[in-house]
Design a protein. Structure first.
Length: 148
């Protein structure tokens, strides 16, 4: 039974770590679309998501976090997280480092966390390498603010 638990843990951790690497997307047109008329210029994008739509940058977050209140995946639910104390989601076993961090999830703190969680809270269990693009972090934070 212990070997099965070890195997399950190994698989879960492998999937979590694989999700943190991010996948490259090929934006090249398909060969059969190449002969079509030139495409119209792309619409300007905004880093702020609509209240009901997660930005593309949030995709990696969904690998480990749910947006439904009370639903725990690998990480805790992110529903209603903005404005709360770090390490204080009922039903989730946070690292001692995060519990002791005394952080509040406001916009500036979330920005630093999303940029490099392990630098902000050494000893955190969150293995996410961070989001270097400030516009993508801004979009993620705007979306998190919509989750009630």
């Amino acid at each position: 039974m212990i070997k099965l638990a070890d195997l399950s843990l190994t698989v879960a951790l492998s999937l979590a770590l694989a999700a943190c690497g991010g996948a490259k997307q090929d934006n090249a047109p398909a060969a059969d679309n190449a002969a079509q008329a030139p495409a119209a210029p792309a619409a300007e994008t905004t880093p702020v998501a609509a209240a009901d739509a997660a930005p593309a940058a949030f995709g990696i977050c969904k690998s480990c976090h749910a947006v439904e209140k009370g639903k725990t995946l690998i990480g805790p639910s992110l529903a209603g997280i903005v404005g709360t104390k770090a390490g204080d989601v009922a039903g989730y076993d946070f690292s001692p480092a995060l519990k002791a961090s005394n952080l509040t999830w406001d916009e500036p703190t979330l920005d630093k966390w999303l940029e490099n969680p392990m630098k902000l809270v050494p000893g955190t269990r969150m293995t996410y390498a961070g989001q270097a693009d400030p516009e993508k972090r801004k979009a993620i934070i705007a979306y998190l603010k919509t989750l009630k």
